[in-house]
Design a protein around this ligand. Structure first.
Ligand code: EPZ
Length: 418
């Protein structure tokens, strides 16, 4: 197992380009199944989830070829609609292959992707959405058998604006004659990116980014070359790294317009940010000021994927702040390790109260999910002494060699075999 060794006390300075977004790349890779023609995604980060998704697609019969910093998917040879159990459990995003595979084969079998550290991760909204499109679903022994032979356009109302379920239904409806309407759709920017690529492939999707998405079915989709949108969560994580070290950094190719909530919270903590359409700079004070409260919400609210990084910033800030996690039921799993580094975090259910301390201390800690692992690295950047963050593999799921990115900004982070 690999670990990160983080030497604290180095101010981050410099400039970095933001990679394409994991949470855009994964649904875009799934959407490649909607056409037998080649889909090329340029500039895809070297992250574990990309490779897992590529492996699943290959097992289904698609051909996935790395092309420079990107990849090309040819799913003309797709012959299998049964998602491999061991892989579909490894990444949750395999569930949104369901829609495209049903669209292509009118049949699909998938295992429950299973929960993870941050919550149970049910898929009821995905399955109900597909049922509204005429898919009959039979669950047996952890397997989900879908029969789409009588699929039709339909009207869906999501009880909760689920990102994955919205993406799944968008893709499932793309080739269904008639108009499908999705009410209370998720509004995340990655869904807009998916709509734009699908339309470039010949689909007729409109409304992404809003609460109602309409999909007019077409006969077929064709290939496309597409650059996925930049990663607003990696960008936010790098800004947080500069903020916790009292640093000053520039990010280029950044999705600035998708970072309003995060940038506002960093300003509330005393950071000075200058924004341009695809570039921004952050200058942090020596010590941050605690924000009064942070509530995670579906987009455009504060993103849950940036919650634990902000919790880490609070730990070393002046004052006391409250964090409420409204999206996932168990996303404070890293509070214990942060407290072992000298933080004062009190958790109760979905609420954490943090009294900031002047000094954090290096310790040996363990990542439990990719965002929490990144937050432990951030705390290590601030801490006195050396911090070892075990399970670097979990961080690698969504960060392309985080240690190299932080070192490029003057941090001292190395990867070891623990
Ligand atoms: C996507 O997950 C992201 N993953 C997550 O990023 C992100 O945290 C999440 O959206 C929220 O923004 C990808 O895009 C690959 P949801 P997803 O369906 O689609 C409940 C990261 O760190 N729910 O919007 O799974 C669910 O339990 C990851 O990059 C149901 O109850 O998120 C959760 O409480 C973590 N039933 C809430 O909705 C369902 O059928 C939000 O889930 C589906 C979801």
């Amino acid at each position: 197992m690999e670990a990160f060794i983080v030497e604290g006390g180095y101010r981050l300075e410099g400039s970095l380009r933001v990679d394409s977004a994991k949470n855009a790349v994964l649904p875009l890779m799934a959407a490649s199944v909607l056409t037998p023609e080649e889909v090329t995604l340029t500039d895809v980060p070297d992250i574990a989830d990309r490779h897992s998704m590529a492996e699943i697609l290959s097992i289904l019969g698609a051909k996935v070829t790395p092309t420079g910093r990107g990849l090309t998917i040819s799913s003309g040879g797709l012959h299998n609609w049964e998602m491999p159990d061991r892989l579909s459990k490894r990444i949750r995003s395999s569930i949104f292959l369901l829609g495209p595979i049903l669209s292509r084969f009118r049949r699909a079998t998938v295992t429950y992707p299973g929960g993870c550290e941050i919550g149970l991760r049910p898929i009821d909204l995905h399955l109900n959405g597909l049922r509204c499109l005429g898919v009959s679903i039979h669950e047996e022994g952890g397997l989900i058998h879908c029969d789409g032979t009588r699929m039709h356009a339909g009207e869906i109302h999501f009880d909760y604006p689920s990102v994955g379920a919205t993406e799944n239904v968008m893709m499932a409806a793309a080739l269904l004659p008639g108009e499908t309407v999705i009410h209370n759709a998720a509004r995340e920017p990655e869904i807009v990116d998916l709509q734009q690529m699908m339309n470039r492939m010949g689909a007729k999707v409109r409304g992404a980014g809003g609460q109602t998405i309409c999909v007019e079915g077409v006969k077929a989709l064709h290939g496309v070359t597409w650059k996925p949108m930049p990663d607003r969560i990696v960008a936010g994580t790098l800004l947080a790294a500069a903020a916790i070290t009292g640093g000053e950094i520039e990010l280029t190719d950044a999705p600035v317009s998708d970072m309003v909530a995060v940038n506002a919270k960093l300003r509330e903590m005393g950071c000075v940010l200058h924004e341009e359409p695809h570039r921004l700079t952050l200058t942090a004070p020596r010590r941050l000021t605690a924000f009064a409260q942070l509530q995670t919400q579906p987009h455009p609210g504060f993103p849950t994927d940036m919650q634990v990084q902000m919790l880490a910033l609070l730990c070393a800030s002046e004052g006391t702040g409250v964090v409420v996690e409204n999206v996932f039921e168990n996303r404070f799993t890293h509070a214990g390790d942060l407290n072992r580094m000298g933080a004062h975090i009190l958790c109760s259910g979905r609420t954490a109260v943090v009294r900031g301390v002047e000094t954090l201390y290096g310790a040996r800690v363990t990542a439990r999910d990719l965002r929490g692992g990144a937050a432990l690295v951030l705390a290590g950047l601030r801490a006195q002494g050396v911090t070892q963050v075990d399970r670097a593999d979990l961080i690698d799921r969504g960060y392309d060699h985080l240690e190299k990115q932080l070192c490029a900004l003057g941090g001292k982070v190395t990867r070891i075999e623990a």
